[in-house]
Design a protein around this ligand. Structure first.
Ligand SMILES: C[S@@+](CC[C@H](N)C(=O)[O-])C[C@H]1O[C@@H](n2cnc3c(N)ncnc32)[C@H](O)[C@@H]1O
Length: 278
């Protein structure tokens, strides 16, 4: 019996190590390799292969896998966002999803936006494969959805053109200087009274979770740890001004959803970029 238990433990360990190696190769490992090869200069240099290769996107984008990566808090985080959207009056307005995400968040956001009266759901991402994949999940909303290949740090939308903007776990993947630019853009495109829903990692309150989370970021996601302090999104949003922020934390503070509402008489000074739909 104990021999079988040892085999089972070894098998579990083997699967865990292989999974960790697989994700390391396709996240941090790929960034390290690009650095060595001097390929970190183009716009999408920080994007992991799991978001750029269609084969990998299809391989990984399964709800149980995505739920497990977010420690089974995915649905809770999504429901904070969809509840907020449903409680808003979005009649005739546009809702923006700034960068695609795995799992069912995009159809859930689209449904909540449509239920609240939104006329259009704009789905934007830097990577065309992600947009193509998103279309397969959003075919029920095809008369309301528009797909835009664009960079979150330089959006084509005019100032104040969307009533809500959803940014789901994008910031922790952006190099530090881009985090603030992406937040500024997210706020610039919001209409007065509009809301940004920003889901991200947060510093956990339990020391054991803190240690595990710290290790996870150091190994897999080098740009994520600074969200705990130096690049805390609420701090960055308060520097912009003209916003009211609520922070909802879940799972011992390991995750957060920030709801930033743009004041009606906002002091935010945006600049409208030239459209660059390409
Ligand atoms: C939003 S994150 C989501 C990660 C999260 N683990 C998930 O899927 O639930 C990944 C997406 O962000 C996109 N992305 C990365 N950098 C971007 C940028 N600068 N502008 C727009 N989209 C970007 C990637 O192409 C990818 O589709």
């Amino acid at each position: 019996m104990s021999v079988w238990l040892s085999y089972a433990a070894l098998a579990v360990l083997f699967v865990l190590v292989c999974t960790a190696l697989f994700f390391f190769t396709l996240t941090r490992g790929a960034l390290l390799l690009r650095g060595v090869m001097g390929q970190l200069t183009h716009d999408a240099a920080h994007v992991y292969p799991i978001y750029s290769s269609m084969g990998l996107i299809r391989l990984i984008d399964y709800q149980p896998i995505i739920a497990a990566i977010l420690l089974f808090q995915y649905s809770r985080l999504v429901s904070v966002i969809t509840h907020g959207l449903r409680c808003s009056d979005l009649r005739g307005q546009a809702v923006l999803i700034t960068s695609c995400a795995f799992g069912n968040i995009m159809p859930k956001v689209a449904q909540a936006a449509v239920d609240a009266g939104a006329a259009r759901v704009l789905v934007s991402d830097l990577i065309q494969n992600e947009l193509d994949h998103a279309q397969t999940k959003l075919h029920s909303y095809r008369d309301k959805t528009v797909y835009l290949q664009q960079n979150a740090i330089n959006m084509a939308q005019t100032d104040g053109s969307v009533a809500a903007n959803v940014m789901f776990f994008l910031l922790h993947e952006l190099p530090h200087p881009l985090k603030h630019q992406a937040i500024r853009e997210a706020i610039r495109v919001l209409a007065p009274g509009g809301r940004l829903y920003l889901a991200e990692f947060h510093r956990p309150s339990l020391w054991v979770l803190c240690a595990l989370s710290w290790t996870y970021f150091k190994v897999f996601e080098p740009y994520g740890l600074s969200l705990w302090d130096a690049h805390d999104p609420v701090r960055q949003l308060s520097q912009i001004g003209g916003l009211t922020c609520e922070r909802h934390t879940v799972f011992f503070g390991n995750f957060q959803v920030i709801v930033a509402t743009k004041s009606v008489s906002t002091g935010f000074q945006g600049t409208t970029p030239q459209p660059n739909y390409g």
